[in-house]
Design a protein around this ligand. Structure first.
Ligand code: G6P
Length: 614
């Protein structure tokens, strides 16, 4: 949700800003802007639209500046337009600031500043913050570094900010609370700032993740200085990035989404690499082993998550209850925190988040912590806020996911949750060793099976061609396939803007059946397993009302094939692992429909990948 970059060093920064913003565009693409100090003057360019629009806006001006900041916005306060785009300035137009987050008490600050003679041109909370900093600097006669620190002691909300002052072209000031911010340290006194490491990786691997309520000064002569909000000096902890440049590039694919869908055989393998012991037929997860007694005696698991991660949480409910016999509740993080949820001392809260930055999930974690719960994180982004806020956890290791609609992160989340359920089942003695071994072996064979599923791509594309202009779609599944029906519908909505709903197949007759006619495509996950016969009956009910059936079936299936309009076959696997296989053709279907409708699959309208506002 908003991407920010900043560079200060010995080389021109313009290209770096543009490239960095393009890498962060998945975080928001309502507007883009930059500020540099060019010939001792603050030069600001900003506009509604994407980074490419900003580039056009800058035109052929050669920017030689060696200090600058850039921003790509997902609008919160104020519509996306040129005026509301970042950077914003103070009253005297000599301080520029970019911001990711929300200043909750901006209205009262604004009122006080207006009383002190400040004028505002935008509707944003960010403009208030830069005026506030400027006001403190000028009235208290302190440095910009000190003024930022003082201002932030009075700010309520979330922020990652970078501040640039025309009168000091040798320095950038940064600060963060609840929104991510990374500082890269180059070899030649160059510094790089970004919301995540992707704009930094091609320049340096040495980074410092700023902690909440820390303020840093990056000065050409003095280097890096960090203080906390109480003005105590902090020692920077320099880490080495493991991220590889190839991982954040399209690698020959037309879109990140298609690349990420095709990466799934590898990303799934990576999410169980080093965790499966095939000989003994067990799963080893340090996050569970390190807290063995707690897990063994857990009375209940409460999952908190949003979006696709919430769907992975629903699969986990089936897995944990089925294998480990622990009762599970799956909560939208945003609802959980606004109830007065009951948590017991033997509850374990699992927070699932690809980005590890989702504000609602983070807030749910904080609430659960206050109530004394033990929190386990399932995150993809290493070092992310949620991964650091939890007591223990397991990374999904899917690699960077850049397409806004989640694909490989979902299957990796389910893979990790599956392993957790097996590890718990072993510890709690709820599965026979034979069944455990078979499940471990089956998981190990999944990458090959996903490769098989990906071969359905062309067939799925042909089906998409037939249905691309429909206005609605219904997704049905039962048992383990119900969460996949929800996830399939979400994918179609997100990237093709077709209204789609996921339903438990049997619930169809309690409402959605009224919608079925010859124009309604019904996508059914009808693989062999516990509820196969029942789903076959649901398919008949749809056909009786002239609905069109696209069915995901187990290879060799004859029954469904005889009644469905289209079938997509996936390899046979255990019922509990079907979600990982069946999600893939649904991802491909959404992808092809969206492409055929001319949609931008990587940056669907109004969405952002990392939702750092509540
Ligand atoms: C946004 C993204 C979704 C994601 C959700 C939760 O809505 O577009 O793809 O599932 O946030 O994000 P998280 O990073 O917490 O998994």
């Amino acid at each position: 949700m908003c991407g920010i970059v900043g560079f200060i060093g010995n080389e021109p920064v313009y290209e770096k800003i543009i490239k960095g913003l393009s890498r962060l565009e998945y975080r928001g693409y309502d507007s883009a802007g930059l500020a540099v100090i060019e010939n001792n003057e603050l030069l600001v360019r900003k506009c509604k639209g994407k980074v490419a629009d900003l580039q056009n806006n800058v035109g052929s001006q050669v920017l030689g500046s060696t200090i600058g900041i850039g921003h790509t916005r997902w609008a919160t306060h104020g519509v996306p337009n040129d005026v509301n785009a970042h950077p914003h300035f103070g009253e005297n137009k000599n301080i520029a600031l970019i911001h990711n987050g929300i200043i909750e008490n901006y209205a009262s600050l604004k009122e006080a500043l207006i009383g002190r003679g400040h004028h505002f041109v935008s509707e944003t909370d960010t403009e208030v913050l830069v005026h506030f900093i400027e006001d403190i600097r000028d009235s208290e006669q302190v440095s910009l570094f000190e003024a930022v620190r003082m201002a932030l002691t009075e700010v309520v909300g979330a922020y990652a900010i970078v501040v640039l002052d025309q009168s000091n072209p040798d320095e950038l000031i940064v600060a963060k609370k609840s929104s991510p911010l990374v500082i890269g340290i180059g070899s030649n006194d160059d510094y790089y700032i970004a919301s995540d490491a992707t704009p930094i990786i091609e320049y340096t691997k040495n980074v410092v993740y700023l902690n909440d309520e820390e303020v840093a000064k990056l000065n050409r002569r003095e280097g890096l200085t960090i203080v906390n909000i109480q003005n105590q000096k902090q020692t920077p902890y320099i880490q080495e990035l493991e991220l590889k440049l190839e991982a954040i590039e399209k690698g020959g694919y037309d879109s990140f989404m298609l690349k990420e869908i095709h990466e799934q055989p590898r990303s799934i393998q990576d999410s169980f690499r080093g965790r499966l012991n095939l000989k003994q037929g067990v799963v080893k997860m340090s996050g569970i082993d390190d807290h063995e007694e707690r897990w063994k005696n857990a009375g209940r698991i409460v999952v908190v998550a949003c979006g696709t991660s919430w769907h992975a949480g629903l699969v986990a409910e089936y897995l944990f209850e089925d294998f480990a016999r622990i009762p599970v509740e799956v909560e939208y993080a945003s609802e959980f925190r606004y109830r007065n949820p009951v948590l017991f001392t033997d509850d374990i809260v699992i927070a699932i988040s690809q980005s590890g930055e989702t504000a609602d999930t983070l807030a749910a974690i904080e609430l659960a912590k206050e109530k004394g719960a033990f929190i386990f994180g399932v995150c993809n982004v290493v070092g992310s806020t949620i991964s650091r806020a939890t007591h223990s956890g397991a990374y999904t290791h899917a690699g960077p996911e850049i397409g806004v609609a989640s694909t490989k992160a979902f299957t990796a989340q389910v893979t990790v949750l599956f392993q957790m359920a097996l590890a718990l089942a072993e510890k709690r003695g709820t599965l026979s060793s034979g069944r455990l071994s078979r499940l471990v072996a089956e998981l190990n064979s999944l990458p090959i099976k996903i490769t098989e599923v990906l071969k359905t791509n062309e067939q799925v594309e042909q089906i998409a061609q037939i249905y691309k202009n429909r206005s609605n779609a219904l997704y049905l599944g039962r048992g383990y396939s119900f969460p996949v029906a929800l996830e399939g519908a979400l994918k179609l909505k997100e990237i093709s803007y077709i209204h789609a709903e996921g339903y438990p197949a049997a619930e169809m007759k309690h409402g959605p059946i009224a919608l079925i006619d010859e124009n309604m495509p019904v996508i059914v996950i009808a693989t062999e397993g516990a509820s196969y016969e029942k789903v076959v009956s649901n398919i008949q009910e749809v056909k009786a009302r002239k609905g069109q059936i696209i069915a995901i079936v187990t290879e060799g299936d004859k029954t469904v094939k005889a009644m469905a309009d289209h079938v997509i076959e996936i390899p046979r696997t255990d019922d509990s692992l079907v979600p990982i296989l069946s999600a893939v053709p649904l991802q491909l279907f959404s992808y092809h429909v969206a492409i055929m409708r001319g949609c931008n699959v990587d940056q669907p309208r109004n969405l952002a990948k990392s939702v750092t506002v509540e």
